[in-house]
Design a binder for this molecule. Structure first.
Ligand code: SF4
Length: 447
């Protein structure tokens, strides 16, 4: 397919695809899906080999947010039956982080609900960062605390934070439909602040909120312009008790096309599958590793992920390897410019010019926020929230429906009826479990 050849060539050269090319990826047919994955996979392997970076979320403060992000189970007025608690103490957060690091994670994402931190909150998080770094040499720490005021990014950087996450979430033109208590421009401003302070910027999106293909392409092109080092891609978990509870409109195939488009537009950036991975990709998760080079291990902010061991087994079975603490995540041209965590971070602290730190090039964008999933957002999808108000199982849900067994009498390989094959629009609340373990509970975390 000419389109895919063109996109591979551009990806290997870090050349920006046109909007039309990005839209064409989203419009490909299911018949062409494996070709799309293979093409984007070539770009992924060129910049990141077969490494998969593991990240671990610690929800420092859960629920009770005054903001109204529609996708978020922690929002103002949310009826989602999530854990609600105020700030974890540094030793509690460090203990939670240690579980993820022991499971193979190299980055810890410290997330707190709320519009943004007070200066006292920045003090608390600074103490937490110190506690984690004192006990875990070489760990990357990303903070995700919402909108930043002047000087707060610098204080977090000085405290040892490597990165800051604040997601753009969706296109500028539709942002007001999702949230009314802050603006798209507020989010961009925080990404700029983080970047200017020498923090590695992490900023991503949430798919599945009813947006158009054009919206998705717009937000991913905006992210490319902001040039974060990492882009978390969240797939909305439509939590019961939130305004987007009925937005079950993703299929595994759609998720793979979105990830492929993000890879083509941001070829040399850490693309992380964030919240909603298990719920929406289901048995297609291993294919997504050919597109993204980073995932979250274990549970999300307010929902449970699949067992950490299942993640590690999936990575090994698919022929990938967990990225080690001694390996630099980003390609050399980015890490040398100060991008990526670990590599650069020292730059700003050491007095290097602003442009040398953070993401390398741009000025701006960054991370997400709390909107949803992964680090970086607390909003909506997986990471933040969770759904089902109904009794949530203690154990993580199986990522797939159990395969139907063929009748014993079957001779020839006749078609076996699929077991309740989910379609777009059909709720899959059976795959969503509210987080009841780990941070904020007395139960051991999942890692
Ligand atoms: S995404 Fe963050 S700011 Fe928005 S409602 Fe959720 S916790 Fe609050």
């Amino acid at each position: 397919m000419d389109l895919l050849n063109t996109l591979v060539d551009k990806g290997l050269r870090r050349e920006l695809p046109t909007r039309e090319e990005a839209l064409a990826v989203l419009a490909t047919s299911d018949e062409d899906l494996l070709d799309v994955v293979a093409a984007a996979g070539r770009v992924r392997r060129h910049w990141f080999g077969r490494r998969v970076k593991l990240n671990y979320l610690v929800n420092l403060k859960s629920g009770l947010c005054p903001e109204d992000c529609s996708y978020c189970s922690q929002r103002l007025g949310s009826k989602a039956d999530i854990l609600k608690y105020t700030w974890l103490k540094p030793d509690q957060a460090s203990e939670a982080a240690a579980a993820g690091l022991a499971g193979g994670a190299k980055r810890v994402c410290l997330v707190a609900s709320g519009r943004g931190p007070t200066d006292r909150d920045v003090d608390r998080v600074s103490q937490t960062i110190k506690a984690i770094k004192d006990q875990n040499e070489g760990v990357e720490v990303c903070a995700c605390l919402g909108l930043l005021s002047d000087g707060q990014a610098e204080r977090l950087r000085a405290a040892g934070a490597d990165a800051y996450n604040h997601n753009l979430n969706t296109s500028e033109s539709t942002y007001g439909d999702i949230t009314t208590t802050h603006t798209y421009a507020d989010r961009v401003d925080t990404v700029h602040k983080a970047h200017a302070a020498g923090l590695s910027a992490c900023s991503g999106l949430i798919a599945g909120m009813g947006e158009s293909d054009e919206d998705l392409v717009d937000v991913v092109h905006s992210l490319r312009e902001l040039d974060p080092d990492s882009v978390p891609v969240n797939f909305l978990i439509p939590f019961e008790g939130t305004p987007l509870a009925k937005e079950w409109n993703l299929t595994p195939q759609r998720c793979l096309r979105i990830l492929a488009m993000v890879r083509f537009v941001c070829p040399d950036v850490e693309v992380r599958i964030a919240g909603g991975r298990e719920v929406h990709l289901r048995s297609m998760q291993p294919l997504a590793l050919h597109l993204a080079n980073s995932i979250f291990l274990g549970d999300y902010l307010t929902s449970e992920g699949q067992a950490g061991k299942a993640d590690l087994d999936m990575i090994a079975d698919a022929g990938f390897e967990v990225e080690g603490a001694g390996q630099v995540t980003l390609p050399q041209h980015r890490s040398e410019q100060g991008g990526g965590c670990g590599a650069h971070a020292a730059a700003a602290a050491d007095g290097a010019p602003e442009g040398a730190a953070g993401c390398g090039t741009h000025q701006g964008a960054g991370c997400g926020s709390h909107a949803d999933a992964g680090c970086g957002s607390h909003g909506g999808a997986g990471v933040c929230g969770s759904a089902a108000p109904t009794a949530a199982p203690e154990t993580a849900p199986a990522p797939t429906a159990a395969p139907e067994t063929a009748p014993a009498s079957a001779g020839a390989p006749e078609t076996v009826p699929a077991a309740a094959e989910p379609k777009a629009g059909e709720p899959r609340t059976d795959l969503v479990a509210v987080r009841r373990r780990g941070a904020g509970t007395d139960l051991a975390p999942n890692a």
